[in-house]
Design a protein around this ligand. Structure first.
Ligand SMILES: *[C@@H]1O[C@H](CO)[C@@H](O)[C@H](O)[C@H]1NC(C)=O
Ligand SMILES: *[C@@H]1O[C@H](CO)[C@@H](O)[C@H](O)[C@H]1NC(C)=O
Length: 178
């Protein structure tokens, strides 16, 4: 729990605390309304609705497992992209710091993956508090990679990272409707 205090200014945390004010009223909503309600509390309503609809999962647990599963896939894809970029950077005449930044992103992606997999385990053992913590650190580490590659025309990687960040947020917020 200590690491929560370190990042107390995170918008994700702020949003989560906003959602806590309105505890689970998900049961009264139909599937589409539930997605809408979860998305209303995220930082990117358009992204959230566009990702979770059509074919909205039936419950808040369904939204969580869908978003988490997709975040795990995006993290694997980001890892593949970074690995290929690192291979290319060895042959092409990229400056040294380009490779260093990619290497840092690789480490951060490994950490994010470990946290997303731990989040999945916590979800299945119904330790929702731990799951939200893992989602938060996965998102935080992915944001650090985004900062490292900013302005470097690595749009493929940036877009996978963006998905990881947003899907982790959707997953965390959906837990307030369990
Ligand atoms: C998530 O955890 C469950 C239960 O441990 C497991 O069956 C499932 O394969 C995991 N999914 C992923 C994508 O890791
Ligand atoms: C960005 O990368 C793409 C290929 O990955 C390339 O076609 C394009 O010219 C690059 N843009 C800039 C501004 O470097």
């Amino acid at each position: 729990m200590a690491r929560f205090h370190t990042y107390v200014f995170s918008p994700l945390l702020l949003l989560i605390s906003v959602v806590i004010i309105h505890p689970s009223y998900g049961e009264h909503l139909n599937s589409k309304d539930l997605v809408e309600e979860v998305c209303r509390h995220t930082s990117s309503h358009g992204y959230c609705v566009g990702t979770m609809i059509p074919g909205p999962p039936l419950t808040a647990e369904g939204i969580a497992s869908t978003a988490l599963g997709w975040a795990q896939i995006r993290a694997l894809e980001a890892g593949t992209i970074i690995s290929n970029l690192l291979k290319d950077s060895a042959s092409a005449n990229h400056p040294h710091h380009y490779r260093v930044r990619l290497q840092r992103c690789w480490d951060l992606n490994m950490k994010a993956m470990a946290d997303l997999w731990s989040a999945n385990n916590s979800f299945y053992s119904k330790n929702i508090k731990a799951m939200v913590n893992y989602l938060f650190t996965a998102s935080h580490d992915t944001k650090r990679c985004q900062t490292l590659i900013r302005g470097r025309n690595l749009t493929g990687l940036a877009s996978k990272n963006y998905d990881i960040i947003k899907l982790s947020e959707i997953c965390a917020i959906s837990t307030k409707f369990f």
